[in-house]
Write a protein that binds this ligand. Structure first.
Ligand code: 5GP
Length: 114
């Protein structure tokens, strides 16, 4: 299967501003930021999207969320707040088929989202 864009970022084959990495996740700045701080955090395992995660991915998914909170705090967003977004499928605007959590902060977020 073709490797995803985010696998190539993890492998340093595509340049990105990587802000955090450990054995199972990688976080880097979004190339087209939608907020003053916009970071993507992805599992190194190329799960295409949340709905295709399996029971065996439970610990990866839990770690992904815990590290999303850590990355947000390290970016200085824990006091002012931040939003996590996971887009699944065309109606949500998913454009890269490699599960990723958007970490958005640095401005007031509207509700409901557009
Ligand atoms: P999605 O729309 O699938 O939820 O989010 C994909 C995100 O990946 C978008 O916010 C888009 O700006 C970001 N993105 C697309 N290509 C690149 C790239 O080459 N580098 C980085 N850092 N982000 C990218």
């Amino acid at each position: 299967m073709a490797r995803t864009l985010f696998e190539k970022i993890i492998a340093r084959e595509v340049p990105a501003n990587i802000v955090f990495e450990d054995d199972s996740v990688c976080a880097f700045r979004d190339i087209n930021p939608q907020a003053p701080t916009h970071i993507l955090i992805v599992p190194k395992k190329p799960i295409p999207r949340l709905g295709e995660a399996k029971a065996e991915d439970q610990s990866v998914l839990g770690h992904l969320l815990l590290q999303a909170a850590e990355v947000a705090a390290r970016a200085g967003l824990d006091k002012t707040g931040y939003r996590l977004v996971i887009n699944h499928g065309p109606d949500a605007g998913e454009s890269v088929p490699h599960l990723h959590v958007h970490i958005l902060g640095g401005r007031h977020m509207k509700w409901p989202p557009g």
